[in-house]
Design a protein around this ligand. Structure first.
Ligand code: ADP
Ligand code: ZN
Ligand code: ZN
Length: 732
């Protein structure tokens, strides 16, 4: 008797054995199988082919069918997914489930679908359309098909003739044939990859390309550090060209492309090869097709966001990660992987190099580069000749602020606006005001489901909880003392907008945050309007900072940097430094020199001064040193357990028991903080606690994680309390 061990798309940390009926007795490891599971059927993936099972064969059920007759993965993808399951302590079946396109895990075929086309029969080609003049629609359609004289897709046919009757009539008369063409991947030629001449590289770029090209053909990690506009993309392009000429595939990961179509456009202009984009804007069938095209080798270049790291690329030659520091590469729920780290594993398995580029590398990456594990190259100057924006701190102490803006900032805004330029303001808080409170007794309007203040949204006329989405009407009376004297406190983007529209009535304002871009396509529309200079003042949250190029913005202001200077999150200064440097790199890209202003109550703050005077690289060394002294990542490794449930005592009980269990392990060698309430102690009615582990080495950490997972899996309370693990968390 033969057995297969199957990973099923369940959140269970175990595999399942099935019998293989004699008539199906072939080993298809890596193939999808349909199996019975309880009263359902599931599609799983075969992990192993066994001649014995540890379970009683009498109790095992047979598989129903194989969906594939080969592995759906190329070996390095499968290895990477198995690695991820162990490293992130996430069930393998669910890793597979999340890595594959939805349609594919529902049974879609491995190859792109056969195509249906319509073409005229011999009779149809020679028939005089005049013969159909009693049926004008048919006559017109036949005439049009005769002029086109080629295969027509179903969609094209519908455009030619909206109604189905004339189409059907032509088919019934034997004039039009409906044919199925089997899918065959279009080969691309490695000797005609260029569609456009590459740029002449400057010296630093040329050094980067030639040293990176030495890495091709084997595993190696490289960091390309260069300010925005220093020509990193050109370096990637010329390196990619070498790989394509060797007939190999390239994977390019970027933070978000549906918003920056110019990224894809640039690759398409340069290369004459099939390029596939994978991003959140694709629907299930488009995503499936992209995956299929990568797998069959038809896609030479895959450009995509985080989940594109799961592309199946049998001829992989190079991986590029642009803006490698970007937090969107980390998935923040369920299977909490980091696409950069997974990409490194894939490069290693495939024995190909990986290039990480950024103006503001993550401290983790810099640490690896500085310790010699990564090759490290710099592009110090802007390729186009534009200069970095000047950065300055505005001391807002004792200043008469208006909607959080200092007089000096308003003055400089006026100057730039009058000169015909655009200005941009950042504040990472949407809404009108982050709290509404009673002026008599001080009570604050609080979301009943979370321990969080309601944000006032004046335009939409409601209070909204930014944690759980709960909304309610604006209160007119204090719930505590009954007073009607309610006042707002704090500042949100909406308030700045409303103030500036009165202060600068002659200029148009675009506010870009999650509220103003809720409708599909509205962000794209706003960004287009900004680049067409329909708006002069831009106000936005972090959202506005991501990768957009606005050459006419000459002044950028960060309205409140104190928030980041005094945060509990040890990464907040790194994030602030990245934001400041990123916006400075984007201000004044045209002929005008830009300026970045940082409003602070602590203008002498060491970090601010270091950043403004010495730049990101200098700041980063200082910050790394600090992390070393405090033994925080990357000087150590962390993992976070999160617990949540409606009942506080259950959450406390489980997290405390896990803590005690971990403390009782022999040779612990790991720092364990006692369970603590999460920064958001209650969310949507659920109480939340967390437990942080920190160790000097990864193996020490993973040993404890392994024990902990085993403990939790068998704990009766773990059915009532939701728990999850976040390995290398970036939000504590
Ligand atoms: P980054 O990716 O670092 O932001 P890009 O590669 O997009 O930089 O380059 C910024 C601008 O400079 C682009 O408009 C690009 O066409 C131009 N550029 C890059 N390299 C060169 C070069 N060697 N010669 C002339 N222009 C260049
Ligand atoms: Zn009150
Ligand atoms: Zn809430």
């Amino acid at each position: 008797m033969k057995f297969v061990r199957v990973a099923l798309p369940l959140k269970l940390r175990r595999t399942f054995d099935y019998l293989v009926p004699e008539e199906l007795d072939i080993a298809y490891v890596g193939a999808r199988v349909r199996v019975p599971f309880g009263s359902r059927q599931l599609i799983g993936i075969v992990l192993e082919y066994l001649s014995e099972s540890e379970y009683d064969p009498e109790k095992l059920k047979p598989i129903i069918e194989y969906l594939d007759h080969e592995s759906i993965f190329e070996p390095n993808l499968e290895q990477a997914l198995c690695w991820a399951s162990e490293y992130y302590h996430h069930p393998l079946g669910d890793v597979f489930n999340q890595a594959l396109p939805v349609a594919f895990r529902q049974g879609a075929s491995l190859l792109p679908q056969d195509k249906t086309v319509f073409r005229l029969s011999e009779l149809g080609l020679v028939t005089n359309s005049e013969e159909l003049k009693r049926a004008p629609l048919q006559q017109q359609l036949l005439k049009q098909l005769q002029t086109e004289a080629r295969d027509i897709s179903n969609a094209e046919l519908k455009v030619m003739c909206a109604s189905p009757a004339p189409r059907k009539a032509l088919i019934d008369k034997g004039l039009l044939l409906k044919q199925t063409i089997a899918y065959s991947p279009k080969p691309w030629s490695s000797d005609k990859v260029l569609a456009q001449e590459p740029l002449q590289l400057n010296t630093q770029q040329a050094i980067a390309v030639s040293s990176f090209s030495q890495l091709l053909g084997r595993f190696g990690c490289a960091l390309l550090e260069g300010v925005t506009g220093s020509g990193k993309t050109e370096v990637y392009l010329q390196l990619i060209e070498l790989v394509l000429k060797a007939q190999q595939q390239v994977l390019v990961l970027v933070p978000e492309i549906s918003l920056t179509p110019q990224t894809i456009a640039r690759f398409e202009q340069r290369f004459n090869v099939p390029i596939v984009a994978m991003h959140s804007g694709l629907n299930d069938s488009q995503r499936l097709l992209a995956w299929q095209q990568a797998r069959c080798g038809e896609a030479a270049l895959v450009i995509g966001t985080r989940s594109a790291v799961f592309s199946c690329l049998p001829h992989l030659g190079l991986i590029v990660i642009d803006e490698e520091h970007d937090s969107s590469f980390k998935q923040q729920e369920s299977f909490r992987y980091h696409a950069r780290d997974l990409a490194i594993v894939r490069a290693k398995n495939a024995n190909v190099p990986i290039i990480m580029g950024s103006a503001t590398p993550a401290l983790e990456t810099l640490h690896n580069a500085m310790s010699g594990r990564y090759h490290h190259l710099h592009l110090a100057e802007r390729a186009g000749g534009a200069v970095m924006a000047r950065q300055r701190v505005i001391d807002v102490r004792h200043q008469p602020m208006q909607a959080g803006l200092a007089p000096q900032l308003l003055k400089q805004m006026r100057e730039q606006l009058e000169a015909g330029h655009q200005v941009m303001l950042f504040l990472n808080r949407r809404g009108y005001a982050p709290a509404l409170l009673c002026h008599e007794c001080g009570a604050v309007c609080t979301c009943p489901r979370c321990d969080a203040f309601f944000t006032l949204h004046q335009k939409e006329r409601h209070l909204a909880c930014h944690h759980c989405g709960n909304q309610q009407a604006i209160e007119r009376q204090c719930g505590g003392c009954g007073s009607t004297n309610l006042v707002t406190t704090g500042l949100g983007t909406e308030q700045i907008e409303s103030f500036l529209s009165e202060y600068f009535p002659q200029y148009s304002i675009a506010r870009i945050d999650r509220d103003s871009t809720r409708r599909k396509g509205s962000l794209e529309r706003l960004l287009t309007e900004v680049s067409e200079r329909q708006h002069q003042i831009l106000i936005g949250t972090q959202m506005l900072a991501k990768g957009h190029h606005f050459p006419h913005v000459t002044l950028v202001a960060l309205v409140d940097v104190d928030h980041a200077l005094y945060s509990n999150d040890f990464r907040s200064s790194e994030k602030l430094a990245q934001l400041v440097t990123q916006v400075a790199g984007r201000a004044g890209r045209g002929a005008q020199k830009g300026e970045v202003l940082l409003q602070s109550h602590h203008p002498e703050h060491e970090l601010l001064q270091d950043l403004v005077n010495n730049g990101y690289a200098h700041f980063a060394k200082f910050a790394l040193n600090e992390r070393q002294q405090t033994q925080l990542p990357p000087a150590s490794f962390q993992a976070l357990f999160r617990f949540s449930a409606m009942q506080l005592d259950q959450v406390e009980q489980l997290s405390n028991q896990l803590y005690q269990h971990i403390m009782s392990l022999s040779d612990l060698n790991c720092l364990v903080l006692p369970p603590n309430t999460a920064p958001q102690a209650r969310l949507a009615g659920k109480h939340r606690m967390q437990l942080l582990l920190q160790a000097q080495t990864r193996p020490l950490l993973h040993r404890v994680l392994h024990h902990s997972v085993h403990y939790l899996e068998h704990h009766p309370m773990a059915r009532k309390v939701r728990w999850s693990i976040d390995v290398d968390p970036i939000d504590l």
